[in-house]
Design a protein around this ligand. Structure first.
Ligand SMILES: NC(=O)c1ccc[n+]([C@@H]2O[C@H](COP(=O)([O-])OP(=O)(O)OC[C@H]3O[C@@H](n4cnc5c(N)ncnc54)[C@H](OP(=O)(O)O)[C@@H]3O)[C@@H](O)[C@H]2O)c1
Length: 278
């Protein structure tokens, strides 16, 4: 029986990965909180990973708030890069397959207008994106079998698992309060159901190492995405979704060709949102 360890189990993604893995009966699951494994402590990383020797480590812990990274780049580097390096070194020594949660924020600042591919040369425009890209490089250098997943912004509805403000809850709150939200036709990005991401992660034990765009593609801009989401929630887009005029160009939307070649796919963003609401 394979053993899968997960970090970040008090966050958004970690608990969903834990639930998805527990549904697979042939896997032993080791969920780690910060108290059990603070991965910024190298000795602790050696001790904990050395004693459990998991087959796979899903590293879903991070400082994921982009604003917090801008405010404290040194502190976030320690968590988002140095901690990943400690984990990667021990994974290499123990033969553990490392699955790392990176982000589509590595594509910030890119002027490319088509869906991004993993091969693009990048220079992220924010601290968080630069940290994620650096951590991907650390993993590629130390663990060629390791996987870095460029995740989109994720969503879920409030339920048994912890949620934080996300695209759907923001729109629902605006509908409840009758507020107008502004979205730009110059903003392009995918959005993915957190539970779908978690389920797809459980299938990654055997895929080749490397960087993968991992989430829903999106063929439409964010203004259109918001309008369609309001409609799917039974609201009137004219009342809730306003057009942000002259919004700055941003393209985080990506191609999932590489992932599909490895046998894994995601529904398109609007289809995924409709599935989740159903
Ligand atoms: N959520 C998204 O939409 C999204 C999008 C793209 C990429 N990602 C990436 O996906 C991963 C999961 O995101 P998330 O939204 O689940 O993050 P989250 O909700 O912010 O949770 C972060 C987790 O990391 C843990 N953590 C932070 N520093 C730690 C340390 N030194 N030692 C041990 N644990 C530590 C936190 O534990 P405490 O509770 O103890 O603080 C928490 O469990 C992250 O790498 C994030 O950057 C997320």
């Amino acid at each position: 029986m394979e053993t899968w360890m997960i970090t970040g189990t008090t966050g958004f993604l970690g608990p969903r990965v834990e639930v998805a893995l527990r549904e697979k009966e042939e896997v032993k699951v080791l969920p780690m909180t910060r108290r059990e494994l603070d991965f910024t402590d190298e000795e602790q990383v050696k001790r904990v990973l050395g004693s459990f020797r998991p087959d796979v480590l899903v590293h879903a812990a991070a400082i994921s708030d982009t604003g917090a990274c801008e405010r404290d780049p040194e502190g976030s580097w320690k968590v988002n890069v140095t901690g990943v390096e400690y984990l990667a070194k021990v994974c290499r020594e123990n033969g553990t397959k490392l699955i790392f949660a990176s982000s589509d924020q590595v594509y910030t600042g890119s002027k490319i207008r088509t869906p991004h591919k993993e091969t693009e040369i990048l220079k992220p425009a924010n601290v968080y994106g630069r940290e994620k890209l650096e951590a991907e490089k650390v993993i590629a250098a130390l663990c060629p079998d390791g996987i870095s997943l460029r995740l989109t912004w994720m969503y879920d509805l409030p339920g048994k698992l912890p949620v934080k403000p996300n695209f759907i809850t923001n729109i629902r709150n605006a509908m409840d309060k009758g507020e107008l939200l502004l979205f730009s036709e110059n903003d392009f990005r995918g959005l993915t159901d957190g539970r779908t991401v978690a389920e797809r992660i459980t299938r990654l034990g055997k895929i080749p190492g490397g960087v993968y765009n991992f989430g829903s593609p999106n063929r439409v801009d964010f203004y259109e995405t918001a309008r369609k989401t309001v409609e799917a929630l039974g609201g009137d887009p004219e009342k809730i979704v306003g057009k942000q005029e002259n919004g700055a160009f941003r393209n985080l939307a990506f191609s999932t060709e590489k992932l599909e070649a490895a046998g894994i796919s995601f529904p398109d963003t609007l289809e995924g949102i409709c599935n989740c609401l159903r």
